[in-house]
Design a protein around this ligand. Structure first.
Ligand code: SF4
Length: 332
């Protein structure tokens, strides 16, 4: 007995856009099961790979932006973090919970993913997979077609909605069987496995930790800004972002809120864009101006004018550039 009006068995997959997600979906499709994907977006990871996989396979994809729901979990993950700020177990749990809500709302029979037992040291061990199942609120409904025969039968397998015999028993880090399977399915191009989550990046994680330590709440723009430039903490409430390149300067400006932030630039010499989120007082602006001048092409030990754009208007101050080596201790 299926949940759908069409009488067809329907599975909703969590897509990463990688080969394993694609193969899991194609294996189920081969059994005559109707498959769709869901994927999630935050400033830390994008849905682009999944969009590509959906275009390539024709499997319908739902993309949900989940930053607001994600942040409370990210600040306090029950199972803690991996090497950096990646809360992989609780991240998977949350994603399966949200996917499960869609499963119920849209009449799917089960959830699935391309996870492979033993492929990743932290998130794909047997206890990790069990933790995610139990805490997602959809225990028994999560099928991992690539490793299913090494795992306990799920409800849809027990109910005969999925033929367990046609599922696989892949484990470990080798990709050989997946590559062979891709050839069998005629899948010729697919994105590289893993990668793409900024929470596994050391530099990004350091800046995120600093943001969490200094702000009780934060918004998407502030999380986007952590991707660009050099970050300096000037005091407990003020930090600045200094562009490294022309592209960096442009990216920083895409995150600029003219009603809140201050922008600092050296007049007459090429140099970085400096963004001070939420602005700052005169002394902190002078320090930021000197840092800005220190990273510019203005000659050292000479007074230069920097222009300061705040929500209240433009002004200018004269500063002497601070050499980058003198402010290294302020870098986040
Ligand atoms: S790598 Fe990032 S997106 Fe993937 S499970 Fe871990 S935290 Fe979530």
């Amino acid at each position: 007995m299926t949940n759908s009006n069409s009488g067809k068995v329907r599975g909703l997959g969590l897509s990463s856009g990688g080969l394993d997600s694609i193969l899991a979906a194609l294996m189920l499709k081969k059994q005559g099961i109707e498959v769709e994907w869901i994927t999630f977006e935050t400033p830390f990871f994008s849905a682009d790979k999944s969009r590509g996989a959906s275009e390539m396979t024709g499997i319908p994809l739902t993309v949900r932006s989940i930053t607001e729901t994600y942040l409370p979990m990210l600040r306090n993950p029950r199972c803690g973090y991996g090497k950096h700020m990646n809360p992989c177990l609780d991240c998977h749990t949350l994603m399966f919970r949200l996917a499960g809500e869609m499963m119920q709302a849209k009449g799917f029979d089960f959830l699935f993913s391309g996870e492979v037992l033993g492929q990743r040291p932290m998130s794909q061990t047997r206890p990790s997979l069990r933790y995610v199942e139990k805490n997602s609120m959809f225990d028994g409904y999560i099928v991992r077609p690539l490793s299913a025969r090494r795992l306990d039968p799920t409800l849809p397998e027990k109910q005969g909605l999925i033929d367990r015999e046609q599922l696989l028993d892949i484990t470990g880090r080798s990709r050989k069987r997946q590559i062979k399977l891709a050839m069998d399915f005629g899948v010729k191009s697919y994105p590289a496995p893993a990668g793409g989550c900024l929470l596994t990046d050391g530099g990004y994680s350091t800046r995120l930790k600093d943001l969490f330590a200094h702000q009780e709440t934060c918004i998407e723009r502030e999380l986007e800004l952590l991707k660009y430039g050099r970050h300096f903490r000037l005091n407990e409430i003020t930090k600045i972002i200094v562009g490294r390149t022309k592209q960096d300067n442009e990216n920083i400006m895409t995150c600029h809120d003219p009603e809140k932030d201050t922008i600092i630039k050296v007049e007459k010499f090429p140099g970085p864009t400096v963004l001070m989120p939420h602005g700052g007082d005169r002394s902190i602006l002078t320090l930021a101006g000197a840092i800005c001048a220190g990273y510019s092409k203005a000659p050292g030990l000479t007074q230069v004018k920097v222009k300061i754009d705040t929500p209240r208007g433009r002004s200018g101050i004269n500063v002497i550039g601070l050499p980058p080596s003198d402010i290294r201790h302020l870098m986040i």
